[in-house]
Design a binder for this molecule. Structure first.
Ligand SMILES: Cc1cc2nc3c(=O)[nH]c(=O)nc-3n(C[C@H](O)[C@H](O)[C@H](O)COP(=O)(O)OP(=O)(O)OC[C@H]3O[C@@H](n4cnc5c(N)ncnc54)[C@H](O)[C@@H]3O)c2cc1C
Length: 371
């Protein structure tokens, strides 16, 4: 196998392109976004995600451009301190956990893609695929064509490639919750990431840089005809923070309409096997989309890209490599998705905090295992 096309230049697509290229393949990347941007949220980078980025040689860049820590703080929603948690270090020399702004992470990954000389074509998607023996013939949305030994669909939860090549798969299923996020300057006294408990709408803060944080809040999703306007986002999030104290209260009192605010209904899907069709294969949210409850979707996407390249490099045939990739990834992704969805259901049904803690700690412990 010599050539690969990766469709989707997000977290999973770039991790895959980098990993395949580092193992000697001639890789091409396409993304539908003509500007190859990412929205302005922060992202939590857990220990396992940091470990995956270390494999890609990006740990130092993430450490210097984001924020890392070994502790998290639990508070009651009114700001009463419950306790500080020591986050486990899962590999020597690896920070326990961290955060970074998505555009910064994107730039770090894009720099590596460019450093490796991977050609990137933007404003483009795939409109048709045809398997022709050991090749996949591709037609692009601008009418151009190409032929590759492998095509990887990394075009996220609404994957067009999945629709074209995987008829046994279905769109992700709404989970009944939505996630609010705001990116804002760092509250002056914030020392570590925080989780606010005991409210119907749980929220948390992740530090993403010297003066950058984001806060998330989960709420039951009310279906709406239209997206929120910027003003509605601002007013609604502020109102939803009315009962909160601590730094969540500080954010409510200091947020301005200029801060980046977003609301997104959550959906998840573990796609049924097989994850490949001939020489077409899926990675990331296209095949294992999860909710943010374990802050692990990006980590799973990066791991999948690495594992795909590793298994293809070591297998005797492409089919064996693709089967080994799926075998190594399926159960781990199933665990993340099923646990995340169960955590969301417990929140919606006002389930027992003890059950919530058990599920969360169990899954986080399993995620620390090698991938
Ligand atoms: C509210 C929320 C909060 C989250 N928080 C966290 C967190 O804190 N930590 C964490 O680890 N994970 C988090 N995640 C999950 C994480 O964002 C995703 O799992 C991760 O981005 C998946 O990577 P991906 O490459 O599959 O998709 P993406 O990163 O979304 O990239 C997909 C790329 O494909 C391109 N594309 C889309 N359609 C096409 C097409 N038809 N053709 C070509 N290109 C296309 C897009 O432009 C994009 O560049 C969160 C998710 C949500 C919804």
């Amino acid at each position: 196998m010599e050539t690969a096309l990766v469709v989707g230049g997000g977290i999973g697509g770039m991790a895959t392109a980098i990993s395949l290229c580092e193992r000697g393949l001639v890789v091409q990347l396409v993304d539908i976004d003509p500007d190859w941007r990412v929205y302005g949220a922060g992202i939590t980078i857990t220990g396992p995600t940091l470990r995956a980025y270390r494999r890609l040689g990006m740990l130092d860049a993430i450490k210097s451009s984001g924020a890392i820590t070994n502790k998290a703080r639990l508070l009651r929603f009114d700001g009463t301190h419950i306790r500080d948690l020591d986050e486990p270090v899962i590999e020597e020399g690896l920070p326990a956990t961290g955060g970074i702004m998505r555009p910064v992470l994107h730039r770090i990954m894009q720099s590596r893609v460019r450093e490796l000389g991977i050609p990137v074509r933007l404003g483009l998607t795939v409109t048709a695929l045809e398997q022709a023996g050991p090749k996949v013939n591709v037609t692009y949305s601008d009418g151009s064509t190409g032929s590759y030994d492998l095509v990887v669909g990394a075009d996220s939860v609404f994957s067009g490639l999945r629709e074209l090549a995987f008829p046994h798969m279905a769109p992700a299923v709404p989970t009944g919750q939505g996630c609010w996020r705001i990116s804002i300057r760092r509250p002056p006294t914030l020392e570590m990431g925080e989780f606010y408990l005991g409210h119907d709408n749980p929220c948390g803060i992740t530090i993403c840089g010297p003066d950058a944080i984001y806060m998330w809040m989960l709420t039951p999703h009310q279906s709406r005809e239209q997206h929120f306007t910027d003003e509605e986002l601002f007013v609604t999030l502020k109102a939803q923070l009315a009962d909160f104290g601590g730094h969540a209260g500080w954010i409510r009192d200091n947020m301005t309409p200029e801060d980046w605010i977003n609301y997104r209904p959550l959906a998840a899907a573990l796609q049924p096997r097989p994850w490949s069709n001939g020489r077409i294969v899926l990675v990331g949210d296209a095949v294992h989309a999860t909710t943010p409850h374990l802050a692990s979707g990006a980590g799973m996407a990066v791991e999948s890209g690495i594992v795909l390249a590793e298994e293809l490099a070591r297998a005797d045939s492409v089919a064996a490599g693709l089967a080994a990739y799926e075998e190594r990834r399926f159960e781990r992704c199933r665990d993340v998705i099923e646990t995340s969805v169960s955590l969301g259901q417990l929140q919606l049904n006002h389930g027992s905090p003890q059950r919530f803690a058990e599920l969360l700690e169990g899954a986080l412990g399993r995620l620390n295992e090698p991938f």
